[in-house]
Design a binder for this molecule. Structure first.
Ligand code: F3S
Ligand code: ZN
Length: 148
């Protein structure tokens, strides 16, 4: 179940058009760092939400072959339930995965101000077998799988 947020999510760039993938737009989505063994892109960049308002967070996209847009991810967790090879875990609940196991943030708390919701982290993206189950099941279309 998605957690309620005060903004409108936008599907990760490329999910409806592979030519539009964040991987093909290095100016818009430059590599800005590494995290838990994967690349992060566009962290710190202001992007716009589905109402054309500035997203309240600037986390960017975690992962390359398994790209999770942390602005679009609102902690549903079904991606983790359906992944057969255990690619993901919760960022704020390390070692935990799946629906209902995210860290729930109290509205107005410091963590809520910073994150809004827990986030899906592709900590084992190298294990991905490209079954596409997570991409197909995420209700906010936050995940883009790109097979090599
Ligand atoms: Fe996030 Fe979608 Fe998974 S909202 S936790 S990427 S199902
Ligand atoms: Zn990460």
């Amino acid at each position: 179940m998605v957690r309620e947020v005060d903004y409108k999510t936008v599907p990760v760039a490329g999910i409806s058009d592979p030519n539009n993938s964040f991987l093909k737009k290095p100016d818009e989505y430059p590599v800005t760092g590494d995290h838990n063994g994967h690349k992060v892109r566009a962290e710190g960049k202001q992007r716009m939400d589905g109402d054309n308002k500035p997203y309240p967070t600037k986390f960017g996209i975690h992962g390359t072959s398994v790209g999770v847009d942390w602005e679009a991810c609102v902690a549903d967790g079904v991606c983790m339930d359906v992944c057969p090879v255990d690619v993901f875990e919760w960022y704020l609940n390390p070692g935990k995965k799946g629906t209902g196991n995210d860290k729930v943030l109290e509205k107005g708390s410091d963590d809520w101000n910073k994150y809004r919701t827990d986030k899906c982290d592709p900590i084992r993206e190298a294990d991905c077998i490209f079954c596409m189950a997570c991409q197909q099941s995420c209700p906010t279309q936050a995940i883009l799988i790109t097979s090599p």
